[in-house]
Design a binder for this molecule. Structure first.
Ligand code: ASP
Length: 343
């Protein structure tokens, strides 16, 4: 037995769900005796401990308060464990992975999120494989250093940087994609780590966490024919501080004076707006078309190739921890945790 220790935090989700005898719908089960359900866990040569949320949740209930609870659990146990596996529903897993990547500073240990499309109790469950590989990755070290000291998602034979992922499939067992960034590892007969793409923080920098996330943010997804009242009702929401503007193609939006006027007056009121493409692959390049240049001129910030999940949680993080609007805008254009392909 090695002296490594891994902590599993079970938040809820399909991986630990059972059928309710009353409604026949899936409801969270008690996950505290996980190694009774997955006896393979006893074969690992490291120790595993599990913390279960008192009331496990469907990940649709996820919110900044629960992210805060997770970062405190990690902080309180940081020195006693070599890695963390968070069991989480797939629906909002990419949001949580993105949020945690910003909330954990100078992370030097793996935080691997995983879950499943089929509950652990079903014959074809993908939960066992996902859990076992996630644990192996969380415990993997070379020269006494974690191989992947990042917040990642492991799902169906692939390890992804968490803040680059999106859930794109509600049916297939391959539920996630990371179209703008390579996988961090491929799991087959061997676990092949994609070393050049793994992010390492400077050794010696102190690990710390923040639990401050600004909740007054919105996603405004534009579509052909979007009306002024819809745009205005979102942008004038009381207390609004940040908006992810989901645009067409390489960052294009209508040029109608009313549309640009609504955006401009929100920006003048101090609302920070980040431009993210509705496409799965590629980057915002606002200078390419006239329809993008107008956004640039009124002060919309480019999101480059960031996902909506990462843009939203990065805004929450920056607005919760910085006060100066121009500083926030400049940090939005920097890669904090490898979330955009820019330095
Ligand atoms: N509704 C579930 C959840 O996100 C789905 C899943 O776990 O995959 O919690």
């Amino acid at each position: 037995m090695s002296d490594r220790n891994i902590l599993i935090i079970y938040t809820g989700g399909t991986i630990g769900m059972v059928k309710s005898p009353v409604t026949q719908s899936l409801v969270p089960m008690d996950f505290s005796n996980i190694s009774d359900k997955v006896p393979e866990l006893k074969m690992f040569n490291f120790k595993i401990r599990t913390i279960t949320f008192e009331s496990p949740i469907d990940s649709s209930e996820m919110c900044p308060e629960i992210w805060a609870k997770l970062v405190h659990l990690i902080k309180d146990n940081y020195d006693n464990y070599d890695g963390f596996v968070i069991l989480h529903g797939t629906d909002t897993m990419s949001y949580t992975a993105s949020a945690l990547s910003f909330m954990l500073h100078n992370l030097q240990k793996p935080v691997v999120l995983t879950g499943s499309q089929l509950p652990m109790g079903t014959i074809r469950t993908d939960g066992k494989e996902n859990l076992i590989a996630a644990l192996e990755i969380a415990a993997a070290q070379e020269n006494n250093q974690a191989i992947v000291p990042e917040v990642c998602i492991f799902f169906q034979a692939k390890l992804y940087r968490g803040n680059r992922t999106t859930k794109y499939n509600a049916e297939n067992l391959m539920a996630f994609r990371s179209d703008n960034y390579p996988h961090l590892a491929d799991v087959g007969i061997h676990i092949k780590y994609n070393y050049p793409y793994i992010r390492y923080t400077t050794m010696g920098n102190m690990f710390s966490v923040t639990d401050r996330m600004e909740p007054n943010v919105a996603i405004l997804k534009i579509f052909p024919g979007i009306t002024r009242s819809v745009v205005s009702s979102i942008l004038t929401a009381p207390g609004l501080r940040g908006v992810v503007l989901e645009t067409f193609g390489s960052g294009n939006a209508p040029t109608a004076p009313w549309f640009l006027g609504e955006l401009r007056s929100a920006i003048e009121r101090g609302v920070i707006m980040i431009n993210v493409t509705q496409c799965m692959v590629g980057s915002v390049e606002m200078w390419r078309y006239d329809t993008g240049i107008h956004l640039m001129e009124i002060g919309v910030v480019s999101g480059y190739d960031i996902t909506t999940e990462a843009a939203l949680t990065k805004l929450m993080y920056l607005l919760g921890n910085y006060t100066d609007v121009s500083e926030i805008k400049s940090i939005l254009n920097k890669s904090l945790r490898g979330e955009i392909s820019i330095r």
